[in-house]
Ligand binder design. Structure first.
Ligand code: FAD
Ligand code: UDP
Length: 380
């Protein structure tokens, strides 16, 4: 009945399913464990009519034309330059730390001197990871590095990862470099924004194709099984391609031990007033137990809701307990080695493909995930 099975209706699964259905004429079955499509990009109106992102704030950003134009088939966009501020003491300072931030935290003469030195050392417009900046031996640059380390990275990273910046993969802190420019935007990509009507309608359109069947509320482990390298769908051997976007350790009952992940608790609060913080995202880089507060109406541009809804994010170590969701792979050599052990179990299954943040144990953004899903579908 089906030519392909896709496990998971997040961006990875949805893009792959659409391309296989539309461009390869395959009959695709999408199986999703949650009650809805969209994966972590899912959004919906809350009880007060405010459009919220149920799994944390998602801003689409990309410099990849092919990704932007592919997704644009399924949505119009509300485009904006996404800006984030960090609450440091009583001040709100722009993050990533940039030349505007520099002039906010130092008095003019000193800031001018430091700016000149940063430009001479790294070049105007460059992006310097905090861990690189800290290696510089110049006393002035070390002072800036120390300020940024202590006020932007140290405590936020401790909350998010339970580890210091120097203990986690430099790839992670490198996502938010010090910018030697006056650009206050969080991302420097050409395209940034959110789907105009929300992410969920974009997914609905993507999955609305005669060749696609979506079944939500079903765990793939209830319908898929393995015997050696053979795959069975509801008891019958399945010879088509299977794309799996869930966690790889779970698929094999965590037989080598759990792959470590960070999870998040989202606390939503609604206020009967126009604005809570006046910014879409405020990072709490020195105080509080939560990492950041998002105020959705400043992210989605929604005008027609009364009141405002915010979310606070509390990170914790994923344990696999019922109801917990693994959000972030913890990138290090030990975890990668464990991941490779699981991956080796799939080596003999030529039609079984691992795709996605969970299945590949990687830190993908929406755009990179879309690109990877497009490439996989093209290759099948
Ligand atoms: P997911 O969205 O996790 O989808 C996987 C799906 O598979 C899920 O729906 C899951 O329920 C389903 N599944 C898993 N196991 C099974 C099973 N056994 N049976 C059936 N179904 C199963 N990226 C950006 O580009 N911009 C952002 O601003 C941004 N913000 C983020 C904020 C947070 C808090 C987080 C956690 C991530 C953020 N991301 C952001 C990353 C973005 O969420 C991912 O790139 C994207 O969701 C990855 O898509 P995916 O399909 O791989 O995974
Ligand atoms: N980070 C930080 N302070 C900030 C912003 C980011 O310490 O104000 C660090 C933190 O370790 C975080 C990483 O940089 O996990 C990457 O941040 P990003 O915003 O890219 O994380 P994500 O969007 O994936 O939550």
């Amino acid at each position: 009945m089906y030519d392909c099975v896709v496990i998971g209706a997040g961006i990875a699964g949805a893009v792959a399913a659409r391309k296989l259905a539309e461009e390869k004429g395959k009959k695709v079955l999408v199986i999703e464990r949650r009650s809805h499509i969209g994966g972590n990009c899912y959004d919906e109106q809350d009880d007060y009519g405010v459009l919220i992102h149920n799994y944390g704030p998602h801003i689409f950003h990309t410099g990849m034309e092919e990704v932007f134009s592919y997704l644009s088939r399924f949505t119009d966009w509300y485009m904006f330059g996404h800006e984030v501020v960090a609450k440091v003491g009583e001040s709100l300072i722009p993050v990533p730390f940039n030349l505007n931030t520099l002039h906010m935290v130092y008095e003019k003469e000193k800031a001018d001197r430091l700016e000149k030195k940063l430009i001479e050392t790294y070049g105007e417009g460059s992006r310097v990871p905090i861990m690189k900046l800290r290696e510089n031996e110049d006393a002035d640059i070390r002072e800036i590095a120390q300020y940024v380390y202590e006020n932007v990275f140290l405590r936020y990273t401790m909350k998010q990862w339970g580890q210091k910046p120097e203990e986690i993969s430099p790839e992670v802190t490198g996502r938010v470099p010090v910018l030697i420019s006056y650009d206050n935007r969080y991302f420097q990509d050409k395209y940034q924004g959110v789907p105009k009507e929300g992410f969920t309608p974009m997914f609905e359109k993507m999955l609305a194709h005669d060749n696609i069947t979506v079944r939500c509320g079903i765990d793939c482990k209830d319908v898929l099984s393995f015997d050696g390298d053979d795959i069975y769908l509801e008891g019958e051997q399945f010879f088509g391609d299977v794309i799996y976007t869930g966690a790889l350790d779970e698929l094999f009952d965590c037989r080598f031990g759990r792959l470590p992940y960070r999870s998040l608790r989202f606390d939503f609060e609604h206020y009967d007033k126009d604005s809570y913080q006046g910014h879409s995202v405020v990072n709490y880089t020195v105080s509080e137990d939560f990492t950041r507060i998002t105020e959705f109406k400043f992210l989605t541009g929604q005008q027609d809701a009364d009141g405002t809804t915010i979310v606070k994010e509390y990170p914790f170590a994923y344990t696999g307990a019922a109801g917990e969701i693994p959000y972030y792979a913890i990138l290090n050599d030990e975890n990668q080695a464990l991941y490779e052990k699981y991956r080796a179990l799939t080596n003999g299954m030529k039609k079984f493909h691992l795709l996605g943040r969970l299945a590949e144990y990687k830190y993908y953004n929406i755009d990179a995930m879309t690109k990877k899903a497009m490439e996989l579908a093209d290759s099948l």
